[in-house]
Design a protein around this ligand. Structure first.
Ligand code: IPM
Ligand code: MG
Length: 357
């Protein structure tokens, strides 16, 4: 029996609803598979914790998570606390503290889900966006001086290091090799003439190590048009922290809903636990209504299982999700009327019926 310890941090908004749905589905999978078992450690960190303790997680939070095999994260953010406080108090310290430098965002159109692009179906849109997750525009460098005076100044410095760019390029070329063998390097080196020019140069250097992967380069603004107009021309994409943040929302919308989009914050060297989470965020407008789409959370769980080496269970989970979507059991964001609980129940039933052998 293979044992894994999972740290669950549901946190805020719809996070608890979709993470508990995900844990139910993981339970059904482990029972069906019989080869592995998951021990879940529950953490109550997030904005409520912050209101009680003045911090989003305890000072030794990373030490507590350190021994987990993976982290399953919900969403952080609340309407009455500034976003940068919640983000820099919980999610980014975990990403940076565990050097989860590769953020992976698969996007495809699930069966039964309609893309807003006319005539575009599952065969036309199947992408993996690799987001640099440790530096760039999210490095946290900068400052603010002379507050309130006319000469007030703020800097937000994007950091690009040779080491940081090399490792994300290697990861992205490797990911492209494992898919259809084509990588698009997103850049803005026409305007950002230091960091982005080095980014392009390193991409070309690393490309030489991957002779079997074809690649092209696209400016980020042109990339938005290409995603809309020529989705088939895209396979794997690598972009900076901020560029990929923006492109991945567009990708999610083109695939039908942010409610299905998953992500993994991965330490490819496996020195630390990696963290898996839906992209959608806390969604306070629908919190507590029981209609949050749990599919992003399920898909994130599948990425987590894959990372743990449980590829068979991961594909069984995605097969079950696809079966349920195809049957039209969809939450309102996808045009359906099903509740979170109904989708979860249907996925669990599909898993029980799935032949994992
Ligand atoms: C994402 C989110 C976050 C980000 C927000 C919540 C800060 O938009 O994961 O894409 O920008 O990284
Ligand atoms: Mg985003």
């Amino acid at each position: 029996m293979r044992h894994y310890r999972i740290a669950a941090i549901p946190a805020d908004g719809i996070g608890p609803e979709v993470i508990s749905a995900g844990l139910e589905v993981l339970d059904a999978l482990a029972a069906r598979d019989g080869g592995f078992n998951l021990v879940i450690d529950h953490y109550d960190w997030g904005t409520d914790y912050y209101k009680r303790h003045g911090v989003l997680m305890p000072a030794d939070g990373l030490r507590q998570l350190r021994s987990a095999d993976a982290i399953y994260f919900g969403a952080v953010g609340a309407p009455d606390v500034p976003d940068h406080v919640t983000l820099w108090g919980l999610r980014l310290p975990i990403c940076q503290g565990f050097d989860q430098y590769a953020n992976v965002r698969p996007t495809r159109i699930l069966p039964g889900v309609k893309s807003p692009l006319a005539g575009v179906g599952p065969a036309d849109l199947d992408w993996l966006i690799v987001r640099e997750n440790s530096e760039g525009e999210y490095a946290g460098q900068g400052g603010r001086s002379h507050r309130g005076f006319p000469e007030e100044v703020a800097t937000e410095v994007a950091i690009f290091t040779r080491k940081g760019v090399e490792r994300i390029m290697r990861f992205a070329f490797g990911a492209a090799r494992a898919r259809r063998g084509h990588l698009t390097v997103v850049t803005k080196s026409n305007a950002q003439r230091h960091g982005m020019v080095m980014w392009d140069e390193i991409a070309a250097e690393v490309a030489a190590e991957f002779a079997d992967v074809t690649w092209d380069k696209e400016l980020v603004d042109a990339m938005t048009m290409r995603m809309v107009r020529r989705p088939r021309s895209i396979d794997t994409v690598v972009a900076t922290n901020l560029h990929a943040d923006i492109l991945s929302d567009l990708a999610a919308a083109l695939a039908g809903s942010l409610g299905v989009a998953p992500t993994g914050n991965v330490d490819p060297e496996r020195r630390f636990p990696s963290m898996f989470e839906p992209i959608h965020g806390s969604a306070f407008d629908i919190t507590g209504k029981g209609i949050a789409n749990p599919v992003a959370s399920f898909w994130s769980a599948a990425l987590m299982l894959e990372h743990l080496g449980e590829a068979r269970a991961a594909s069984a989970l995605m097969a079950a999700v696809e079966q349920v979507c195809a049957a039209g059991i969809l939450t309102p964001d996808l045009g359906g009327t099903a509740t979170t609980a109904a989708v979860t129940r249907a996925v669990c039933e599909a898993i029980r019926g799935t032949n994992l052998a």
